[in-house]
Design a protein around this ligand. Structure first.
Ligand SMILES: *[C@@H]1O[C@H](CO)[C@@H](O)[C@H](O)[C@H]1NC(C)=O
Ligand SMILES: *[C@@H]1O[C@H](CO)[C@@H](O)[C@H](O)[C@H]1NC(C)=O
Ligand SMILES: *[C@@H]1O[C@H](CO)[C@@H](O)[C@H](O)[C@H]1NC(C)=O
Length: 970
């Protein structure tokens, strides 16, 4: 683009056309995808001023999330420009003060979350305008009391959560809410209430759920009918609350009452109260043995014939016998025995008189063995959970007496032995969880009877081989999760029988191949295949796609193959996958992406290539050419140097593009403009240059009405981090037009008048000189190319010009001369002139065996250091080639370094050398040692190693690293 065009464009810009267009990018917020400016997240910003965060949001916002910031105050009129706000989250800040008119104008607000702040006081008028508020959370603040009339205009409030405060005055609270005729839920757990006395006020009749857990209630002290409309009452963890507290209180209408960890004696309580005995939760009420249980049951039976749900959790029950529950009224739906101390279930004989029970929960007990249960009376349980026990072994026919089970949860135990007939008879089973156990083998008889099984979860066991016919009878299985095992191979008929399978998870195993012959069974049904984190690797191209017949496959995960990555992605790998919707290929050390590898993925919507490849990768033109349906593309950290239309131009449906952490310095606007649906662009951590090359990009990012550039206003210039990309000075790009015209006209005139004269006079002289020059030049050029081709430097020295003296006086003589003849690459000496600096650096790093970074304070601030370190550490982390040597010229404090994350990461990974300055006790000797170590470092091949080193004993500084084998050498 010539300067002239620039100038005209800038004139157009200045005429103001563009200034009328509203920018689409925001300082501290990200618009939700597809929300058309209605939803915004402004979380985790360091800002402590609400207006800094939300000032630039459009009035269309309805959902706003400002969680996890450091706000201390909400001043008046903070949201005045957002009149359509419906949901507002301000939780997890440091709010102390909310001004009286903070929420002015929020007439539409429905939900307000102020939880996890430091609010100790509220202005009585602060919620005045919020007529439509239905949800308010003030959980986890330091409120001692509510000001009078605080909710006087919030007549629509349905849920009010004020747990975890310091509230003491219950009657004040009742007074504040008594007029809220829509209030349904009131949560006051974790406060300091001591009684429910309520002066003359009463709760609104709409209130159905009242949570009063973890207070200091010692009595209720309310009127007889005070709780008459409540359906759910939680009084748990009021340790001092005695039985007598309930005397004379009407609890007839309660549906559910929690009394856990109070001082209430349940038998006594039931005797005296008018509550429906079947509605009380007996968890945590000290019913630890048979006689207490029998006593309770006898009493219950006197009051009710049947009981729907029986809660007996957390009672320290060690043993249940045939007698334990015999005297209870018949339990018709569920029994909760979780968090007791049961060691065995003795085939559920304790349910002999409750055989129609549907749900049994025995989680969090001490079960260690499940016996055979043949010849026991049948129990009709449908859902059975033994999660969180210590079961080691499951015998044959362990569930023989419960043949109606549909859901069986055996996960999170220590099952090492599952008898081959353990699940015998479970012909109704639909969901089975065996994950997080110690299973090593599956037998073909294991699931023989479970013909109705739909979901089978075997994740996180120790299975290593899937033998033939293991799943042969599971014709209805749709989800099979085998992730997190040690599977090395699947026998040829290992997956036979799975004719309905839709989702197969094999991630986190040790598979080395993708065996297409296995998948023929479910080739018409499989939609999800997860092969993440196996050991799949290719070193050559393959003939055909291993997935070729999976015609319905829509999600495929192949990321993070251990330990080397996939290395080569065969060109035919994805042939025929026309239905694929999403594909993950991250962290695979790929060397190349062949331009036709994605050609068949015409249905792809989401593609993640984050860190997929080795070092700097050149994406080839046309690689994405057929991805016409792609809407989301992640190409983070791929070392992309050029963003071009030829590569990305075909993605006409693309909405979201994440390309942060790459190395391009400029992004051509025409390439971006060839993505007509682009809506979200993330270009953080790219060394964008703030020069005339990017002037169009600057304008585009600011004024394009369709594309949100994530945190645009925080993007910095690579050359000078004190300058922001969005407003770097572009004046220099437009030299004065008059001056320009004058000089160009003068030059043209000169040429036309003087050259014919010279031509005539000096023709032969010219011609001769021209040929001499040409032959000289081509010779130079040839030598130059040759040099570059073989340019295998021993080390590329990366340093800041202010340290040049040290480099020239110390480093060069000691490494190039002095008996050690290393070939060094120095930028002022060996860089190819006129070539892009980034290219130069890339080629220097890649044609040198090592990269030595001379680190000083100036180096850390220098513009190229981060790119060089980035490239060298690419090779270190991603190619596993140890190319980086760090030399510290001056001691630099840990605190100073902490802002250079990449550098610290490198430092944690390896040793680095500290130049012993002249203030060391014996500088000469220390320096000799230093050179020796450095030479050794350069000679050393590849792999990471930590060396010990002699110390210059007056100053040794340890870095606080998690791993103390790394030293900052003296
Ligand atoms: C708001 O941010 C929090 C914190 O990241 C997150 O958990 C929550 O899902 C977000 N809510 C919405 C509605 O986006
Ligand atoms: C309110 O914020 C808390 C704390 O971050 C969170 O746990 C809760 O889910 C939020 N509730 C709503 C409805 O936003
Ligand atoms: C700046 O961008 C706006 C919106 O994309 C466009 O209309 C205008 O022509 C651009 N100006 C320049 C100087 O490119």
């Amino acid at each position: 683009m010539s300067c002239l065009t620039h100038q005209f464009l800038s004139v157009a810009l200045m005429l103001g056309a563009a200034q009328l267009i509203r920018s689409y990018s925001y300082n501290n917020c990200i618009a939700d995808a597809y929300s058309k400016g209605e939803g915004f997240k402004c979380i985790n910003r360091k800002a402590n001023n609400i207006s800094d965060i939300i000032r630039d949001l459009p009035p269309s916002v309805t959902n706003l999330n400002v969680s996890l910031n450091q706000l201390r105050a909400i001043p008046d009129d903070s949201f005045i420009h957002l009149p359509n706000l419906q949901n507002l989250r301000l939780d997890q800040n440091h709010l102390i003060n909310i001004s009286q008119k903070a929420f002015l104008n929020l007439h539409q607000l429905r939900s307000l979350n102020l939880s996890f702040n430091n609010i100790s006081q509220l202005d009585p008028l602060v919620f005045k305008e919020l007529h439509n508020l239905t949800f308010l959370s003030l959980t986890n603040n330091t409120l001692k009391q509510l000001p009078e009339g605080i909710f006087s205009s919030n007549l629509n409030l349905a849920t009010l959560i004020m747990g975890q405060n310091l509230l003491m005055n219950f009657s004040g609270i009742v007074e504040s809410v008594s007029h809220l005729t829509n209030l349904k839920t009131l949560d006051l757990c974790f406060n300091s209430l001591t009684s429910l006395s309520h002066a003359n006020a009463s709760l609104p009749t709409s209130l159905k759920e009242l949570y009063l857990c973890r207070n200091q209630l010692t009595t209720l002290g309310c009127e007889r009918s005070f709780l008459v409309y409540i359906r759910l009452l939680d009084l748990s963890y009021n340790f001092m609350l005695p039985t007598v507290a309930f005397q004379g209180v009407n609890l007839k209408q309660l549906n559910y009452l929690r009394l856990r960890s109070t001082s209430v004696k349940v038998v006594e309580f039931l005797d005296t109260s008018d509550i429906d005995a079947g509605r009380v939760d007996f968890s945590g009420t000290g019913l630890s043995n048979d006689s207490l249980l029998t006593e309770l049951c006898t009493l219950l039976k006197r009051k009710v014939k049947r009981i729907k749900n029986m809660w007996l959790g957390s009672n320290s029950i060690r043993n249940l016998t045939n007698n334990s529950l015999r005297h209870c009224p018949e339990i018709t739906r569920s029994l909760d025995l979780s968090r007791n101390k049961l060691r065995k279930t003795t085939c559920l004989t304790f349910l002999d008189s409750h055989r129609d029970i549907k749900i049994l929960n025995v989680e969090h007990n001490l079960l260690y063995y499940l016996h055979s249960c043949k010849n026991h009376t049948e129990i009709h349980v449908q859902e059975l959970s033994y999660r969180y026990n210590r079961i080691l072994s499951v015998s044959a026919s362990a569930f023989y007496n419960v043949p109606h089970i549909k859901t069986l949860l055996l996960n999170i135990n220590s099952i090492a032995f599952l008898h081959r007939y353990a699940l015998k008879g479970l012909s109704q089973l639909e969901k089975l969880r065996l994950d997080n156990n110690l299973l090593t083998d599956l037998f073909k008889e294991n699931f023989e009877d479970n013909v109705k099984l739909k979901t089978l979860n075997l994740r996180n066991n120790r299975i290593s081989v899937i033998f033939n016919s293991t799943f042969l009878m599971l014709r209805n299985l749709t989800i099979l999760d085998l992730g997190g095992n040690k599977i090395t191979h699947i026998k040829p008929s290992g997956l036979d029988g799975l004719i309905s399978l839709s989702k197969l998870y094999l991630d986190g195993n040790n598979l080395q191949h993708v065996d297409s012959s296995l998948y023929h069974v479910f080739q018409d049904t499989l939609t999800t295949l997860d092969l993440q984190s196996n050991q799949i690797r290719f070193l050559t191209e393959t003939k055909e796609s291993p997935f070729k017949n999976l015609s319905r496959l829509s999600d495929l995960k192949l990321d993070r193959q251990r330990p080397y990555g996939m290395t080569i992605l065969p060109r035919t790998f994805f042939r025929g996958l026309h239905s694929l919707r999403s594909l993950y290929l991250t962290y695979n050390n790929l060397y190349d992406l062949s331009p036709d590898v994605f050609d068949d993925l015409t249905g792809l919507r989401f593609l993640n290539l984050d860190s997929c490849c080795v070092g700097v990768i050149k994406l080839r033109p046309g690689v994405f050419k057929n991805l016409r349906n792609l809407t989301e593309l992640v190409v983070e950290n791929m070392g992309i140097q050029n963003f071009s239309k030829q590569v990305f131009g075909n993605l006409t449906r693309l909405r979201r593009l994440q390309m942060n952490r790459n190395v391009m310095q400029r992004i051509p606007v025409d390439a971006l403009q060839s993505l007509p649906n682009l809506n979200y662009l993330d270009i953080r951590n790219i060394p964008l240059s703030c020069t005339c090359k990017n002037i169009l990009l600057q304008n585009w990012t600011r004024y394009d009405p369709n594309v949100q550039v994530v945190y645009l206003y925080n993007l910095l210039c690579q050359s000078d981090p004190s300058i922001k990309f969005y407003n770097f000075d572009t004046k220099v790009c437009f030299i004065d037009l008059g001056e320009y015209m004058f000089f160009s006209t003068a030059a043209v005139l000169f040429l036309f008048t003087v050259s014919p004269l010279l031509y005539v006079k000096l023709y032969w002289k010219f011609k001769y000189s021209y040929y001499v020059f040409r032959s000289w030049f081509s010779e130079q050029w040839r030598r130059f190319r040759e040099e570059e081709e073989n340019c295998k430097y021993d080390a590329f020295i990366s340093y800041n010009s202010s340290d040049e003296q040290w480099v020239m006086d110390q480093l060069v003589p000691n490494l190039e001369g002095n008996g050690s003849s290393f070939k060094l690459c120095l930028h002022h000496r060996d860089f190819e002139l006129g070539r892009d600096i980034v290219d130069n650096i890339v080629s220097a790093v890649y044609s040198s065996r090592k990269t030595i970074c001379v680190v000083s304070r100036n180096f850390l601030q220098s513009e190229w250091c981060s790119l060089e370190i980035q490239l060298a550490s690419y090779r270190l982390f991603d190619e596993h080639r140890d190319v980086l040597l760090l030399v510290f010229l001056e001691p630099i404090s840990e605190r100073k370094l902490s802002s250079y994350h990449r550098m610290r990461k490198v430092m944690l990974k390896k040793t680095y050398l500290q130049w012993p300055g002249s203030d060391c006790t014996d500088p000469t000797q220390a320096q000799d040692l230093f050179w020796n170590q450095l030479r050794r470092g350069i000679r050393m091949e590849s792999r990471l190693e930590t060396e010990d080193s002699t110390k210059c004993d007056d100053k040794t500084e340890h870095l606080e690293t998690s791993d103390d084998k790394y030293y900052l050498l003296p």
